[in-house]
Design a protein around this ligand. Structure first.
Ligand SMILES: Nc1ncnc2c1ncn2[C@@H]1O[C@H](COP(=O)(O)OP(=O)(O)OP(=O)(O)O)[C@@H](O)[C@H]1O
Ligand SMILES: [Mg+2]
Length: 229
């Protein structure tokens, strides 16, 4: 994305965003509450209009496309709230995830490899699953679309520290399959543990960017986000 801006009611919340995710890369957007991570994600997936700039996927301009057409172009988005169908089973959630395509058996196998728990709970109502299980299901459902780019908005939302760590271990396994990932996360150490590169978002602008290793050693990042003096 290039020079992008987005916001609400004519007010820009994020601005001047130059962001690149290369094929097979895991890129993190880190920043505290209200930095603009979710707003940026919504602009990429077409839930919010871009007020400036462009969104390009594999050379195709997605800037003015609506959300369902961005999804069809290969961008899957898992919102922090997950938006599962709580009254439906795990299986139905996964099958509907593939829509408008038919569920693909190999993709389903990949989801079960990543999250064996889902296979054990196929008949369970999604709404009765634990927070961590619901996160797995939300990611699994997004994978059913066989996306080119998978975007996860704060996958650790509402998860206990141990479960959050497990969620990122799953992200690591997913990365190993070659999936291209864009992850927004407040828990900077976790995000940097899987990301190849990261952007630090502050007040709607990119304050810093670099490889995860560069940012881990950056004194400002360490002070502000890693709790190191
Ligand atoms: N629907 C909305 N209407 C108006 N302002 C909004 C709306 N959604 C978010 N904002 C504002 O935009 C700013 C950025 O919010 P955003 O949700 O993008 O931040 P975030 O980085 O995702 O934060 P968090 O880590 O808490 O999820 C905030 O000041 C927020 O109040
Ligand atoms: Mg957010």
């Amino acid at each position: 994305m290039k020079g992008a801006a987005a916001g609400y009611l004519g007010q820009k919340v994020v601005e001047d965003i130059d962001l690149e995710v290369r094929t097979g890369e895991a890129v993190a957007i880190v920043g505290s509450n209200g930095a603009g991570k979710t707003t940026l994600f919504r602009a990429i997936v077409g839930l919010l209009p871009c007020m400036a700039g462009r969104v390009i996927l594999d050379g195709v301009d997605l800037t003015r496309r609506r959300a369902h057409r961005v999804a069809r172009a290969g961008v899957a988005y898992v919102p922090a709230e997950r938006h599962l169908f709580p009254a439906m089973t795990v299986k139905t959630n996964l099958m509907l995830g593939a829509y408008p395509h038919r569920p693909n058996r190999e993709t389903l196998e990949l989801v079960f490899d990543l999250f064996p728990r889902l296979k054990e709970r196929l008949g369970q109502q999604a709404g009765t699953m634990s927070g961590g299980e619901q996160q797995m299901l939300a990611v699994g459902r997004a994978l059913m679309t066989q996306p080119k780019l998978l975007m996860l908005d704060e996958p650790t939302t509402g998860l206990a520290p141990k479960v959050a760590k497990a969620a990122f271990e799953a992200v690591e396994r997913l990365k190993a399959t070659g999936m291209t990932l864009l992850i927004a996360e407040q828990q900077v150490p976790l995000a940097l543990s899987v990301a190849d590169r990261a952007y630090v978002l502050e007040n709607g602008r990119v304050r810093m960017e670099g490889t995860a290793e560069e940012l881990e050693h950056n004194p400002e990042v360490r002070r502000a986000y890693l709790g190191v003096a």
